[in-house]
Design a binder for this molecule. Structure first.
Ligand code: SF4
Length: 253
């Protein structure tokens, strides 16, 4: 019998392998070099950025704010070729006179060939592409980091979700031993010389002081001692619903 595709996790979740879920998700959201997206828009983060909102992720973070396409990718979004994505990103950026582009809403490293095809096009321009990633697939595939070295105008933001196995399992739904993959991505990125920084969901309502210290030690071990962007959990309706399902109450009802 085929396993059900994992949606938002409960407190009693059975941990999944995030690399397996990446491959399963790719089969749903990627077809012949195209990927599913739900929207294209500009927003004020990073001082203004043109955004393609992709469908599909390989984690199930309880604090995640993205739309329900993360959980139900079969029924969400439309396929866009890399050329369509690039054209729309640039068209929207030109209208707002901004110089940064990104893929958000899902994990951009899923459908890696599609991402590279977008980056090939961006590389011929003077736009900066911000690659926001949970680091799982980059940690699993050091060769991918090597390939990203070919792009001169990218900056990578690796988002760490937990400092230890238990925190990772409880807050992302994925197998605890895989918590090390984003730290390995950081290690590979340090070695590569690619422009990047680390963000982390260190909201004290979710991550204890002890786990936070462990996370800092692991970042140090990975060779990273630069700026850490500390994230707080915001009360988006999707985040509230996911937290509630997983047994967290962060805000009064
Ligand atoms: S927070 Fe990011 S990595 Fe986590 S489930 Fe949402 S999109 Fe995926």
């Amino acid at each position: 019998m085929q396993a059900r595709y994992p949606s938002a996790i409960k407190a009693s979740n059975t941990p999944f392998d995030p690399v397996d879920i990446a491959l399963i998700t790719e089969r749903i959201v990627c077809k012949k070099g195209s990927r599913k997206y739900t929207d294209f828009y500009c927003t004020g983060v990073y001082g203004g950025i043109s955004t393609a909102y992709a469908v599909g992720c390989n984690l199930r973070c309880v604090f995640c704010w993205v739309n329900w396409g993360r959980d139900y990718p079969h029924n969400t979004g439309q396929l866009y070729s890399s050329q369509d994505v690039f054209n729309t990103l640039v068209h929207n950026a030109q209208k707002k006179k901004i110089k940064k582009l990104r893929i958000s809403g899902g994990e951009p490293t899923l459908c890696f060939d599609h991402l590279k095809a977008v980056l090939d096009l961006v590389n011929k321009t003077d736009y900066l592409f911000i690659l926001e990633t949970n680091g799982v697939m980059l940690g699993r595939n050091p060769g991918w980091v090597e390939e990203l070295k070919n792009y001169s105008n990218i900056h990578i933001r690796v988002s760490i979700k937990a400092g230890h196995e238990m925190g990772f399992e409880r807050r992302t739904g994925a197998r605890g031993d895989c918590h090390i993959l984003p730290f390995r991505a950081v290690e590979f990125l340090v070695e590569s010389g690619i422009s990047f920084h680390v963000a982390a969901m260190t909201d004290p309502r979710l991550m204890s002081k002890e786990e936070n210290l462990t996370m800092h030690e692991k970042l140090k071990y990975a060779g990273y001692s630069d700026y850490l962007e500390e994230e707080q959990c915001d009360p988006y309706p999707t985040a509230i619903a996911r937290l509630k399902k997983a047994g967290y109450t962060l805000w009064k009802e």
